[in-house]
Design a protein around this ligand. Structure first.
Ligand code: AMP
Ligand code: MG
Length: 538
């Protein structure tokens, strides 16, 4: 590209407005050592410099949110700043102080142990976007860990953040992914076999990174003055439409967090995303998917599946349990802000909104997945329940299933044999040999009920297919796809990371030349670590 003097090639055009650090109390201790931090919302901390910042990939759409021309993203200055080698003068790097419930138990102070917020960019549309480096070195909240991240987990975070955005799922975004030139030692499965892995940093971007746990920690410490200050700040910045702070506004805020969280989980269930660690410190008050760790994508439809080996015993965060867990987490948030409202009955009434919004949203979502105009509360619950049971009987890929279901003709009376009826679905089965005569009969019976329902709905086959293909993705970040990109990236070849991102930019399209990315999990990936089993160690 020819040099255009009018086009900025530096980061100096970024405008910062660091509201969080300007308006909320800071930890007075400037030194970077692990500690408990009271009466403060954050600690100032500098990223740790790294030897060789190397750009792996960036998302031009996210650069655009910051008014950054794409060509700036490939400059040495960009790599240096987003690997933590020196901040811009207008940045105010800090780590947030928060607590959380981990796996159902109160864990006390946690905080940004390996995340450093550089500052808040304000773009030409007046939007605020906080920039956060993940893996840029220790902070006062690093406890016994190193504050670093490895390439493996960073590729997963970078790709999944953007994949989720393009799927229409609320999420934090990822501006870029860099390697640092450092080795980071990880014991991936806590089995006493640590290995050195390439260190990496992702720059995450969100309107704010405030979590349920920010409020919980202040409440647990009885610091009601700061609790109020943080909530008032959150209202003024991220929820200005709710009006001036008051007990009524706090209730309206809780209401909105319930609605946003319910909406988020409906999306997760729609696309088959399993977060893996729904601790309250990993729940955004903005209803964004946040903290991509040992997450995974449902392959065969199995509501009991969780990718997180750390959760293997209890399976607390399994796919089918995500809606209940989100509700439990909201109860913890409500309890935290109770001192500011003090009205149990009204709070309980607001919390009901979660279940109502989730149930309504889930029904509408299921109707959408089936290509129906609306969910019929009378006829559709048994139809959906039977489908869920049949899908779980034999290993059936959920994503492939719904794309194929869209091609099953329903408009005419279906007088075909069972085998002919289910033929379009065969690609969804992991082992067609396992599709027994009994299964075929049951699936065919369901298809006949479905076709009948579609006819009552009055939707023709073309309209239905189009409708279904807008809510049932063709491409998701299958666990093995992320692993393939990681394997290549660990060899120093970043093209598959970039190519995978490219495919995931249009998840609902057919993209025939890239259909390989829509293939269900190959056999080699069934039990391979990283594909089917992940741990919190990243
Ligand atoms: P997670 O559940 O993975 O979001 O992390 C829980 C807590 O552990 C958070 O406070 C993280 O900041 C912290 N943490 C996770 N990994 C590291 C690490 N490598 N270094 C420092 N802190 C970490
Ligand atoms: Mg976390």
């Amino acid at each position: 590209m020819a040099f255009d003097p009018a086009c900025p090639r530096t980061l100096d055009t970024l405008t910062f407005d660091n509201r969080f650090t300007r308006e909320l109390p800071a930890d007075p201790q400037p030194a970077n050592f692990r500690r408990q931090v009271a009466q403060a919302c954050f600690s100032r901390v500098q990223p740790t410099p790294v030897p060789r910042p190397t750009l792996v990939a960036y998302a031009h759409e996210v650069a655009q949110l910051l008014d950054l021309p794409a060509q700036v993203c490939t400059t040495p200055q960009f790599a240096a700043v987003f690997a933590g080698n020196g901040c811009l003068p207008a940045m105010d790097p800090h780590a947030m102080c928060y607590g959380g419930h981990q796996f159902g138990s109160w864990a006390g102070q946690l905080g940004d142990g390996r995340a450093i917020i550089l500052g808040e960019v304000v773009n030409g549309r007046g939007e605020h976007w906080a920039l956060q480096l993940k893996g840029a070195g220790p902070t006062p909240y690093s406890r016994s860990a190193d504050g670093l991240a490895v390439l493996r987990s960073s590729v997963r975070e970078f790709l999944c953040s953007e994949a989720m955005f393009h799927l229409g799922v609320p999420t934090t975004r990822a501006l870029c992914l860099l390697t640092t030139g450092n080795d980071v030692v990880r014991d991936m499965f806590y089995d006493g076999r640590p290995r050195a892995e390439p260190g990496a940093i992702v720059c995450r971007v969100a309107p704010s990174f405030t979590r349920f746990g920010n409020f919980e920690l202040l409440a647990a410490r009885g610091d009601h003055a700061l609790l109020k200050q943080l909530l008032d700040f959150t209202l003024r910045t991220d929820f200005a439409h709710l009006g001036e702070p008051s007990a009524a506004t706090y209730l309206a805020w809780l209401h909105e967090v319930c609605v946003r969280t319910a909406t988020l989980v409906v999306h997760w269930q729609r696309v088959g995303f399993v977060h893996g660690v729904m601790n309250t410190d990993n729940m955004s008050v903005l209803g964004l998917t946040i903290d991509y760790g040992p997450y995974g994508w449902l392959e065969d439809y199995n509501p009991d599946w969780t990718p997180n080996t750390t959760d293997a015993a209890g399976r607390r965060y399994r796919y089918g349990n995500q809606p209940q867990i989100a509700q439990w987490n909201l109860f913890q948030l409500a309890e935290a802000i109770f001192p500011l409202i003090g009205d149990v009955e009204r709070m309980q009434a607001v919390l009901q909104v979660y279940a109502e919004t989730f149930n309504r949203g889930w029904q509408t979502m299921m109707a959408g997945k089936l290509g129906l105009q609306a969910f019929d509360a009378l006829t559709d619950p048994p139809l959906v329940k039977e489908l869920q049971e049949v899908l779980a009987l034999t290993e059936t890929d959920m994503t492939v299933f719904y794309r194929r279901l869209a091609t099953v003709p329903c408009a005419q009376q279906l007088d075909s044999t069972d085998e002919t009826l289910i033929a379009p679905l065969m690609d969804a089965y992991y082992d067609p040999q396992m599709v027994s005569a009994g299964h075929t009969a049951r699936m065919a019976a369901w298809l006949r009920l479905y076709a009948e329902r579609v006819r009552v709905d009055g939707t023709d086959d073309d309209t239905r297919r189009e409708r279904m293909n807008r809510v049932n993705p063709n491409f998701v970040l299958r666990n093995y796809l992320a692993q393939q990109a990681i394997d290549r990236a660990e060899q120093g070849d970043f093209t598959l990371v970039q190519h995978t991102l490219e495919v995931l930019r249009r998840p609902y399209d057919e993209q025939p030349e890239r259909q390989a990315f829509a293939a269900k999990r190959p056999e080699w990936a069934r039990n391979r670590p990283g594909c089917s089993m992940l741990s919190c160690s990243s």
